[in-house]
Design a protein around this ligand. Structure first.
Ligand code: F6R
Length: 233
């Protein structure tokens, strides 16, 4: 596992450069994509590179990591909406090549397999150490499935909703095993709020209580951290 610690801006540039390099090497690369506030500046940077003519997404295939259950795709808090607004509508990706796990389990696994497997998974980290919506206690052998969100995730994500009561209690998520099969993994974490989860993921025991700790067993995983997220290391 590699750890890169830098300014937030430099972290974004490094992650975007890694994605760009993968797509240059393999124009039909398969990417697992996260949403959330951490990814917004990264998608902005990818859009900038696309507009400069440095990345061509026309053959890229994407598999989002997660989506709320019981939320229409057009809901302003759905991850479909987030991805369209922040990324897909701004680059030349083909909508046919975009995939979400909503209502899917094994079928999503098959779609990933049929596309040749994931070349890169881009992850954020929850304050409780979750990756995608694999909450603490998720099996390291888990695959794409419907899960119940933890109280801490509902509380944390309620910042996007009018109240915590409006946050869906369930979601679909790519499994930990599915993520670990990706050829490359990049986890981004910014800000003091993430520093304890980062510490436990990198220096604590490898345990299902901290799902991100499993990444230490991957042969090509990189944690890209800003100085605040790395402060407790
Ligand atoms: C979202 C996802 C989540 C987030 C994590 C951090 O698709 O997979 O695991 O990456 O909850 O979210 P932010 O970036 O909003 O702090």
């Amino acid at each position: 596992m590699r750890i890169i610690i830098s300014t937030t801006g430099e972290c974004i540039r490094k992650a975007a450069a890694a994605i760009s390099e993968i797509i240059k090497r393999k124009p039909n690369a398969t990417l697992g994509l996260a949403t959330g506030s951490t990814m917004i500046p990264l998608y902005r940077e990818l859009v900038r590179l696309y507009k400069k003519g440095e990345i061509d997404f026309s053959r890229v295939r994407t598999f989002n990591l997660d989506e709320y259950a019981d939320l229409s795709f057009n809901d302003k808090n759905s991850y479909h909406r987030y991805m369209n607004r922040n990324f897909f509508n701004k680059v030349n990706i083909k909508k046919l090549n975009v995939h979400f796990p909503a209502s899917k389990g094994d079928e999503y696994e098959k779609e990933i397999k049929n596309s040749g497997g994931l070349d890169l998974v881009l992850l954020g980290i929850g304050t409780n150490g979750h990756i995608a919506f694999n909450e603490p206690g998720s099996s390291f052998n888990s695959r794409t499935r419907k899960i119940k969100l933890s109280d801490s995730t509902i509380k944390s994500n309620s910042r996007f909703f009018t109240s915590a009561r409006r946050v869906p209690e369930e979601a679909y998520t790519m499994g930990i095993k599915t993520i670990m099969r990706s050829r490359k993994i990049i986890l981004l974490a910014f800000g003091t709020k993430k520093s304890n989860a980062v510490l436990r993921a990198i220096k604590g025991p490898i345990t299902e209580k901290i799902p991100a700790s499993v990444l230490r067993q991957h042969k090509d995983a990189t944690f890209i951290l800003d100085r605040k997220a790395a402060a407790q290391l």
